[in-house]
Structure formats: structure tokens, C-alpha cells
Write a protein that binds this ligand. Structure first.
Ligand code: 16G
Ligand code: ZN
Length: 532
């Protein structure tokens, strides 16, 4: 059959060159770029099958290893509504990635039967990639996989991960926007401009914002956006590639969050707010250096609380807060001080789920308006149809003051990339809230005080020997480890610690917080010892 030719082609063009087992993890497949070509080709095949199971709706393939260093790369699939691949398909993806070239044909047939795909349907696949030099080759392999099963690939070239999610969503639901990079700017940046016309720059807010682009795609796209902003925001871009800056190396959101250090490549001015993006533009943290040269970090928890408190404020102004339940979703990494602030000061319900965007996103959908953020800066806001309807009604029919608030909220919703966490969209949301309140970075920082914390990673023989429960806050195996952690934690004021196997690296992660940095460091080190 013609499919025979396809599999023979795969064997020659994108052969499996490694026997190392690879798994579809928290964020798809991720490893050294030179081990990925056959995997990506096969994800092209799988995306076509998935598209047909979804009646020909478009599926996305993103080539990126996010905040990892340049030699790594990765691939993940995006579902029709712009969400992460349905969890039950992760095992299928893993199976298809690991079979030998000889078994690829029979395994693909098996998968087609198992998921009951009608292979006579049309199939559409959007492919995007980050700035890694290995990405074009991998994107081409993905396209070959799509073509092999007679699907239609559309390559977007270099885009942020959230841009690809956005385009997939728009292609399948044209009420959401236009499925192009320009369509993304039109909707998200357009909404920001509309909102800025309604606000006046006042108080301690100033329009200068420094950007740490991690030498990745996000900074490059902000450089395009910058030219279209007239005075609403004065972006000073650093680490946008060039000048010998290496992707994610000592810069970017992950570096800033984990090391709690300022990135290289930036001219620091005391109290100047800096927005730090990760390599594929789906994470955002802020920081500033103060007059004592101390680093002050405003992480995902801080962004979540800022957005949630502002949305709650607008809902009250719309007199819609009775009808609409807003909630916040975090993970075990959320700083204890933020959780306390949300519950006690904002009085917003807060829940904790396992690490990984899909878990947060899913939990956020259970609220009328769900705000979710990982401490590392990945997050967004999702609005239910009910919320959108009520807000639209108030915007039309409310009293003048209510109407104004509801219209602001509508722009706020348009500015949000609801499909996934998005550094660019989140940046505009944050800047909007600060501007609306006339707040500078110090006022934002003053809402609560973070507990000092420390993250470590430990290399062990088998990280999967560690099992966790209660949203990763407790471990159930190996025996005795949790008891030991409890003992260690008990001797610290405001102590809290947990361990979990990483979903993206062959390590165990340790998190600790306590009343002082010294204590947090010490507790983390002791817990790391206990893991060995
Ligand atoms: C991935 C996840 C991120 C999570 C991180 C944890 C997505 C799109 N990304 O980057 O949400 O925080 O993994 O990594 O889900 P770890 O398991 O290695 O700690
Ligand atoms: Zn990322």
C-alpha cells in the first residue's frame, strides 16, 4: 500500500538512532536535540491521527525545550481548544516514539484502531518552533510526519509557544480571533491599547519597562510589538539574542526564579522594574534591584494575586461579584505567604494541584473565573461562558459606573491568552493593573512579604522511587522519608518542605521555606540529604 512507502521513507529520512527510552512528560518530550528527530516525525503522524479523531479540527505541534539550555529541544502537542494534549494520549505518544523503525508501521496501525480514527477524513496540523538552531530541522521532520499520513501541515516558523496555542484555538473557534501571528497582536496588543486609552498614567506608575528576553523568541516578538506601541509602554529590551547572549544561559525567568539572582546582560537601575521571560515566552516573572543592591523577585504567585485582586475589584464595581465565583489555583511551590494573603486578605478561594500546566488549567476551569499560576511564572486567567455573558450584559445595560468597569473587564479578557500561560499577554495584564492603580513596583511588592525559600535538585539512582500525594506536598514512598521531612521541618519557624521527582529532568526536586533565608537554605540541604 502507499502507507508502506511512507514507513520506508521514515526509516530512511528520520531513522530511530537511539535506544534510550523517552517519555511524554509534563511538557511533552524533552531531551538532547540530536535524539529527537524520529520522535518529532512520529508526533507528526500522531497529530494527524489526533486531528482525525477530532473530526478534522486542527492540532498543534510546538518544537521547543522552553527554559532548558540550547543543546536541548523538545516537542509537545496542542489540542483543538489550545490546551495541552489529553492525558490519556500521552501513553500513546510514548509508545509511538519508542518503537523500532521496523515496528513503526504495525504500531501506527494499532493506534489508529485503538483510537478509532477515520483515516479518510481531512487532517490539519499547525507547527511552530522556538529560536534554537536545531528547531528548523525538527519542524521539517514534524511536517514530513504530517504529510506522510496525508494531513495538511501549516508551518508558523518562529513563534512563542502561547502564540501557537492561540492560533490553534482560533483556527478551531473563529470567535476567539484570527489564527495568525498578526491576529495575535491585533487581539492581545490591541486590547492593551484600548485599555490604555481609558486609563491615565498616574501615581508611582511609570511607563518604562525593562525586558529580559532570555535570548529567546519572546524578546524578539516584543521587539516587533515595541514598534507598534506609541508611548503606552516604553520597552527597553535586553537579552533578545545577538551580542553573544546564549539562550537561557544565566538569564530568563527560570534562572531568575530558581537562583533568585539578577540575570546577566541587563543594565540595572535601582527600583526599575524588569520583566523576565523564559526561552519560549510562556513564563514571566518580574524583579527589581533596590538601592542596597538586593534582588527583589515578584514571581508567579505575585502576578496571580495582582490579577485576581484587580479582577475581583472590577467584578465588585460591575456588581457581578455575587453571581461570579473567582478562584485561584497554585501548586506546592507557591510561597506560603502568598497562599495566606489570598485566603485571608483577598478572601478568594485557593486550591493546590500537582505541578504541570494541564493540572492547573483544568482546576481553574471549575471556577466562573479561574486564575492559575505556578510560582515559576507560568499562568493565565480563564473565563467561563457564563462570566463572559454576564460581563457583556453589564457592559451593555448597566449603570454608567458599572458599564465602565464591565467594559474594562472585557478589554482585560481580550488581552488574556486563555489557552495557556503567556509571558507577553501576562506582561500586558500586569502593566494594566499597575497603571490602573497608579502603583510602582514597591507598592506591588508591599502587598505581602514572601517567606524566604530555596530550591535544590538531587541526582539519585531512581527518581521514580519517590511517590507523592496531596498535590505533591506529602511523599508516600520510600518508606520513612515523609516522617524524616516532618521531623526536619518541625525545628523551623514557618518551616515547610517537600520533595518530588522532576517530570522534565532525571532529578529529584527539593523545596523548602522558613522564616529566614539561612533557615530555608539549611532546611533544603537537610531534606536533600534525607533523599539520598
Ligand atoms: C514543565 C511544565 C511546567 C512545570 C515544569 C516542572 C508545562 C507546559 N510545563 O515545564 O508547568 O512547572 O515542567 O518541571 O506543563 P519539573 O517537573 O522538572 O520540576
Ligand atoms: Zn516555557
Amino acid at each position: 500500500s502507499s502507507l508502506r512507502v511512507v514507513y520506508a521513507f521514515a526509516r530512511e529520512m528520520h531513522p530511530k538512532t537511539s535506544d534510550v527510552f523517552i517519555e511524554y512528560g509534563t511538557a511533552g518530550f524533552r531531551t538532547k536535540a540530536n535524539l529527537l528527530e524520529h520522535v518529532v516525525y512520529r508526533m507528526g503522524l500522531l497529530a494527524v491521527i489526533r486531528s482525525r479523531v477530532k473530526n478534522g479540527r486542527t492540532i498543534g505541534i510546538m518544537i521547543t525545550a522552553s527554559h532548558n539550555l540550547e543543546p536541548d529541544n523538545g516537542v509537545k502537542l496542542v489540542d483543538p481548544d489550545g490546551e495541552m494534549l489529553e492525558q490519556s494520549w500521552e501513553e500513546i505518544a510514548t509508545r509511538l516514539a519508542n518503537v523500532s523503525d521496523n515496528d513503526l508501521e504495525s504500531t501506527t496501525e494499532q493506534v489508529i484502531k485503538q483510537v478509532n480514527a477515520d483515516m479518510s477524513l481531512k487532517a490539519s496540523v499547525f507547527i511552530g518552533m522556538d529560536t534554537r538552531y536545531t528547531s528548523p530541522r525538527l519542524a521539517a521532520a514534524a511536517a514530513n510526519g504530517v504529510i506522510a499520513l496525508k494531513g495538511t501541515p501549516k508551518e508558523f516558523g518562529i513563534v512563542t509557544t502561547p502564540m501557537l496555542h492561540f492560533c490553534v484555538k482560533c483556527r478551531n473557534d473563529n470567535t476567539y480571533g484570527t489564527p495568525t501571528e498578526e491576529g495575535y497582536y491585533e487581539k492581545i496588543v490591541g486590547a492593551f491599547k484600548k485599555i490604555r486609552q481609558k486609563l491615565t498614567v498616574c501615581g508611582d506608575y511609570n511607563t518604562t519597562l525593562y525586558i529580559d528576553g532570555a535570548n529567546g523568541v519572546g524578546g524578539k516578538k516584543l521587539n516587533i510589538i515595541k514598534k507598534t506601541l506609541d508611548g503606552e509602554l516604553d520597552l527597553q529590551l535586553f537579552n533578545i539574542g545577538g551580542n553573544g547572549g546564549k539562550l537561557n544561559l544565566n538569564c530568563g525567568a527560570d534562572f531568575v526564579k530558581v537562583s533568585q539572582k539578577a540575570p546577566v546582560g541587563i543594565e540595572h537601575v535601582p527600583f526599575q522594574r524588569v520583566a523576565s521571560l523564559d526561552g519560549d515566552g510562556d513564563r514571566l516573572v518580574y524583579y527589581y534591584i533596590d538601592d542596597k543592591n538586593n534582588m527583589n523577585l515578584l514571581d508567579g504567585d505575585r502576578i496571580a494575586t495582582l490579577l485576581a485582586s484587580y479582577i475581583a475589584e472590577l467584578l465588585r464595581a460591575c456588581e457581578a461579584s455575587e453571581d461570579l465565583q473567582i478562584g485561584l489555583v497554585q501548586t506546592a511551590y507557591a510561597n506560603g505567604a502568598s497562599t495566606k494573603y489570598i485566603a485571608e486578605d483577598l478572601k478568594v478561594p485557593v486550591s493546590c494541584v500537582k505541578t504541570g500546566v494541564k493540572h492547573l488549567h483544568h482546576a481553574a476551569l471549575s471556577y466562573d473565573i479561574g486564575v492559575y499560576f505556578e510560582a515559576n511564572g507560568h499562568g493565565t486567567v480563564v473565563y467561563s461562558d457564563k462570566a463572559k455573558k454576564i460581563i457583556a450584559r453589564v457592559a451593555q445595560e448597566g449603570e454608567p459606573e458599572q458599564r465602565k468597569a464591565a467594559q474594562l473587564l472585557q478589554n482585560f479578557i481580550d488581552m488574556t491568552n486563555e489557552t495557556v500561560g503567556d509571558a507577553i499577554s501576562d506582561l500586558f495584564l500586569v502593566e494594566t493593573v499597575l497603571c490602573a492603580r497608579g502603583h510602582g513596583i514597591k507598592q506591588w511588592m508591599s502587598s505581602y512579604t514572601d517567606l524566604p525559600c530555596r530550591q535544590l535538585k538531587v541526582t539519585v539512582q531512581d527518581r521514580n522511587a519517590i511517590s507523592t500525594t496531596d498535590a505533591e506536598r506529602q511523599c508516600t514512598a520510600p518508606e520513612g522519608l515523609q516522617t524524616r521531612i516532618d521531623e526536619l521541618v518541625r525545628s523551623y519557624i514557618n518551616g515547610r518542605a517537600f520533595v518530588r521527582p522532576s517530570g522534565t529532568e532525571d532529578v529529584v526536586r527539593v523545596y523548602a521555606e522558613a522564616d529566614t533565608q539561612l533557615s530555608a537554605d539549611k532546611l533544603a540541604a537537610e531534606v536533600a540529604q534525607a533523599v539520598y
